[in-house]
Design a protein around this ligand. Sequence first.
Ligand SMILES: [Zn+2]
Ligand SMILES: [Zn+2]
Length: 80
Amino acid sequence: MSTSPEPGQSTFSRPACPGCGEPWLRPTQLPGRFRCVNCLQRFELVSQCPDCGTHQTIVRMSVDQDLRCQECGSSMLRVL
Ligand SMILES: [Zn+2]
Ligand SMILES: [Zn+2]
């Protein structure tokens, strides 16, 4: 039994980790939760921008966007 490679992962850019800046955020088993495999920090995707307060529509489990506020560009990830 071998682990099959993730299909179609080569073309989309992963969001950068707010902690270390490296694009190693991976979704966890929990919806809206991410973990950086580089610095091992865990993050939660919030629905309201912590910077400007704009309420965002969360695209569930989507990692093909950079998880930033559409208004001010702040990260919508909160450190857990
Ligand atoms: Zn990191
Ligand atoms: Zn904002």
